[in-house]
Design a binder for this molecule. Sequence first.
Ligand SMILES: Nc1ncnc2c1ncn2[C@@H]1O[C@H](COP(=O)(O)OP(=O)(O)OP(=O)(O)O)[C@@H](O)[C@H]1O
Length: 324
Amino acid sequence: MSSNATGSSVPRAKSTGLHTGDAAPGCKKVDPIIVADHVARHFGGLTAVDVEHLEIPRGAITALIGPNGAGKTTLFNLLCGFDRPNTGSWSFNGTSLAGVPAYRVARMGMVRTFQLTKALSLLTVLENMKLGATKQRGEHLWASVIPALWRTQDREIEARAHELLARFKLDAKAADYAASLSGGQRKLLEMARALMGRPELVMLDEPMAGVNPALTQSLLDHILELKDEGMTVLFVEHDMHMVRHIADWVVVMAEGRIVAEGPPETVMQDQAVIDAYLGSHQDVDLGVVTGRISGELGEAGEELLEEIEEAVEASIEEAEEENK
Ligand SMILES: Nc1ncnc2c1ncn2[C@@H]1O[C@H](COP(=O)(O)OP(=O)(O)OP(=O)(O)O)[C@@H](O)[C@H]1O
């Protein structure tokens, strides 16, 4: 069962058995919803993303982590059609997404959240929700000329918006400007808006950023609920606490590449490991350090290994103190 250290109201089992073979970068998944091959994105001379092979498991919560500038956001944008790679192929549910624009990707069931921009803050909460509606029948010519169909559709969209706002406890705010929401409420609105089109895969961009501790639990629960409902979740996050507690699978990026993959308890053997890795040792292959990948450790690797051992010892001592 998942740890209840976060005070989670309903403890859930982590999804396991997601991969086949060793949990190594690019490993195969039993039932992948996204498959990417040789996806590279260059900005001038800089290679922001260079992913040889990546599969995202269906029906699970996957965290994409890595130091600043690792290429997480760029990969996110490439996968959902907001940016185009220089090379590579990638698919969703077995359908190639090369050249498919973001709005069509969203209609296919793969939706990402957006931070509320200034312009969207000037709309009401309900208007923001309506903007999240996809697959609108009114967009088809035959439907757009029949007002009755428009009206039915509008009513359906509004009903769905109210249902979601109630679920995210934002119903009392429906008529307020989005600008008046707190940081945490904005995150809830971003998630609620993404659900308007009943997606199969929800991509969350730093869902915990700017959220005050009072709303943290509620946000975590909402994300776990998405999985309960059969959705796949992929999120980029710097908050390791969140990654540890809700992710079933963790993908670590550094310098555009996937450098580690696996369940959180093996990839993030210790908070200190990740802190050290994401800190001053970006040039060291974590896989080599942890012994999962054979290779030369090098001086920086030796240093990191020492730091890890010290940190692990310190955390054991800390745990012993706590348990006294
Ligand atoms: N539009 C762009 N033009 C030029 N360089 C870019 C562009 N977008 C991203 N980059 C560069 O690509 C690299 C990867 O950036 P990206 O934002 O994807 O990293 P990230 O892992 O999401 O970082 P963070 O955690 O800080 O958000 C960085 O060096 C960044 O400066």
